[in-house]
Design a protein around this ligand. Sequence first.
Ligand code: SF4
Length: 308
Amino acid sequence: MHLTNKFGVPEAIVIKIKADIDSDPYNKKDDIRRHFRTTELIGPPLIQTLQIKHDDIIEQDAIAYLAVQYGTQFHKLCEGFDNETYCYEQKVHKVVIYNGIEYVIDGTIDEIFFDGGCNIVTDNKTILLRNLPYPKPEYEKQLNVYAHMLRGEFASDIPMKLQIRYFIKDWTPGDLPKALERQKDDFAVMLTGNKKAKKSCATQEEAVQYIARELSPALQARASVKQRDKSYMRAQIRKDIPESSILHKPVALESAEAMNAFLQERLRDHIDTPERPCTEEERFSNDARCKYYCAARSVCLYAKSKGY
Ligand code: SF4
């Protein structure tokens, strides 16, 4: 893999990025078994296939690693010293047999807190405020794979709870008051028989125009504009905007049987269809993965055809 620097990242940072790439803790070249990082296994097979096949010519730019470095620094911020109740950066592995061949899945659990009767397993992530409302099924799956590995290696009979700890990169203490101010005059387009607003508008005029422009005559007959009271809006906003830059979201724990089936299904996808084109869902909204995150973009025909 060639590290490029097309966007003028300072040399001192590029040197650090190179050193981090060279010290990849998941590099298992001395093991003949095929290894998957948890994130690789959950992701589409084409990315890893292209990375293995074109390792000598693949290009990645230092700018893409800056976001990764940001995440790494948040992990370091959360990492304390292991003691009786807390364990940090715990490496976990699981050997899974598929079609008679052994594969190894590797992962690192950011934090395990033993609260006396239960292990609370935490995965640290960074996020932008505007992305918080969207579900993150891949994060939840990743955490469940870690829990499954933990279950197998260390603590099969200790109950577990899972959570994602988000660091909201663009949160400031002023966000909540500003949001309340913005939402002061909130007008909702309501349809008779429905409790949820069809559309929220900043002004009454905007709501009226929306009804005339966007709704069919049948829906127009059921539509009305309602100004929502401030206490309702405050409750809605408080639900969406966290009161600090750190937010914990609980994740449902999946059973051992479900996770065994999931690992078999993911291995089948990677081993039997390594060159399967990525689906629209895997490319993320508007090909965001292809444009901004994919490590195989420089050698991917789809990405090239789109000019990413
Ligand atoms: S660039 Fe997009 S389509 Fe190509 S491997 Fe990456 S995610 Fe898949």
